[in-house]
Design a protein around this ligand. Sequence first.
Ligand SMILES: [Zn+2]
Length: 227
Amino acid sequence: MRPKCLFVFAFLLAFSSTYGTYAAAEDNPFKHAFPQPVILIDAGHGGIDGGTSYGDILEKDINLEIGRRLYLILRSHGYRTILNRTGDYALSDDNRWLRSRSRHLRDLAQRKQLSEELPSEIVISLHVNWGKNKSKRGPVVLHQTEGRSAILASSIQNSLDVLYGTSSLPQVGKPFYLLNHVDCPAVIVETGFLSNAQDRAMLHSKRGQQQIAEAIYGGIVQYFTAI
Ligand SMILES: [Zn+2]
């Protein structure tokens, strides 16, 4: 099945015939006609794949904590949201259909498949950065070579920059499998550098994780008002 993106008109028609139900709304005929699109949060890594680390601080745990918080914030504001993992496991464990010996490839393919099976409007993939230069700090948001993804990235980048007191430009994430294989606007949010003491304190504290989740939420809201 083709990847779904609810702003694609052809898909809207295909989806309505697949799912049948059609409730007419007064002003906008599409307003209530289709299942509401969802925001897919991808909590990067999991299970034996810990991502980057500093001592016993693991990227996978930070991604999951921020992901959970972002999920709760979005849900509390009425956004339909899916968090692709709620515990510490690798998505490749669920992947029975791709007979690849590479766990990493199965894991990435599973993330892509999830976004295709759900009528995702946007995909937010959470990660943590690492730099050899320990003074390097701040959030970096990576996007696809596509307009809406770039708008989403700059909205989230600006919002996180305010929180971190930094100013960076979002970047095209060319080598990233997820960005290259998901058709809906998707971004990778590198929430900060685990190699930097100041960022690490933020990424590792409950308060910091909550602030980061709120800043990402602010960026998502900004995106929906901009498009
Ligand atoms: Zn990562």
